[in-house]
Design a protein around this ligand. Structure first.
Ligand SMILES: [Zn+2]
Length: 265
C-alpha cells in the first residue's frame, strides 16, 4: 500500500515538473515571437529612417515556430508600421487571419523566396534610388568596402519583362515570385530591372544591415567610377572571411534602434 502511495506521489511530482516544462517552453516561444515582432516593427522603421524604404517597400521574417509561415505588415508605409499591422501568411501568400487588414500586392516576393530558400529568415524588398542604375545597366554591382562584403558573391538582375512578357512591373502573383526567387538563386541580393531589389539574410538585423549597406555600396561605386581611372573591388576570398561573422551588423542594429527611440520622444 505504502509502495503504491509513494509511486503515485512520485508520478504526480513528475507530471507537475513535465507540465512546468511545457509551460516554460510555450512561454519561451511566446517571448521569442514577441521579440521577433518587435524587431520586425523596428526593421520597417529603421529602413524608412535610413531612406532605404520610402512610402513603399517591405521587410518580412520567417515565423520562428510554425513551418511554412512568415510575418509581414499589412499594406502600410514602413515608417508607420506598428505591432498590430503585422500579419501571418502561409507560403501561398494567403493571410492566416487577415482581421480586415489589406496585404501588400507584392507579398509573393516573400512567400516564394522562403519556399525556395530554407536558409533565409528575413527578406527586404526596396525601391532604393541608388540601386536602379545598376538594375538598368550592364554595369554589375561590385563590393566596394567591407561593410558590403556580401556583394562580392554577385548580385544578379531579375528582368520581369524577359521572364513574363508584359506586366505592370509588380511581382503580384506566385508565378512572378517564383521567377524572382529563381533569379536570386543562392545569392544574398538581386536587383529588379526598372523596379528595385530584394535582400535576404538569416536574421532581421542582418537583412536590415545588408539593405542599408547595399545602398551605400551602390553610391560609393558610382562615386568611385566618377573619379575615372581603374576601379577595384573586394577579392571574393577576403569577402568570404568577412562574412563568416554571423552578427556582422549587431552593433549598428543597437544604434539604429536607439535612434528610433530618440525620434519617438
Ligand atoms: Zn516593389
Amino acid at each position: 500500500m505504502m509502495e503504491r502511495r509513494a509511486f503515485l506521489t512520485a508520478l504526480s511530482a513528475f507530471a507537475a515538473i513535465a507540465l512546468e516544462r511545457v509551460d516554460l517552453r510555450s512561454a519561451q516561444a511566446a517571448a521569442s515571437i514577441d521579440g521577433l515582432i518587435d524587431d520586425l516593427v523596428a526593421g520597417n522603421r529603421i529602413l524608412a529612417m535610413e531612406n532605404v524604404l520610402d512610402g513603399m517597400g517591405h521587410i518580412s521574417a520567417r515565423h520562428p515556430g510554425r513551418a511554412g509561415r512568415f510575418l509581414l505588415a499589412r499594406s502600410v508605409a514602413p515608417e508607420l508600421v506598428t505591432r498590430d499591422d503585422i500579419m501571418e501568411f502561409d507560403f501561398d501568400a494567403t493571410p492566416v487571419d487577415a482581421k480586415g487588414r489589406t496585404p501588400y500586392k507584392e507579398r509573393f516576393i516573400h512567400s516564394e523566396i522562403y519556399r525556395l530558400r530554407s536558409d533565409v529568415n528575413a527578406i527586404v524588398h526596396c525601391h532604393t534610388p541608388s540601386l536602379i542604375p545598376f538594375a538598368n545597366s550592364s554595369v554589375p554591382l561590385r563590393a566596394m568596402y567591407h561593410m558590403a562584403a556580401f556583394v562580392a558573391d554577385g548580385v544578379p538582375v531579375f528582368d520581369i519583362h524577359a521572364a513574363a512578357g508584359t506586366t505592370d512591373l509588380l511581382v503580384s502573383d506566385a508565378k512572378l515570385g517564383r521567377a524572382l526567387a529563381q533569379a536570386l538563386g543562392s545569392k544574398h541580393a538581386a536587383l529588379m530591372r526598372h523596379h528595385g531589389a530584394v535582400i535576404v539574410a538569416t536574421s532581421i538585423p542582418n537583412a536590415v544591415g545588408r539593405s542599408i549597406y547595399l545602398d551605400l555600396n551602390a553610391r560609393i561605386q558610382i562615386q568611385t567610377a566618377s573619379l575615372g581611372g581603374t576601379t577595384t573591388s573586394i577579392d571574393p576570398a577576403d569577402a568570404r572571411l568577412r562574412m563568416a561573422d554571423p552578427s556582422e551588423y549587431s552593433r549598428a542594429w543597437e544604434l539604429w534602434k536607439r535612434k528610433l527611440n530618440r525620434a519617438d520622444r
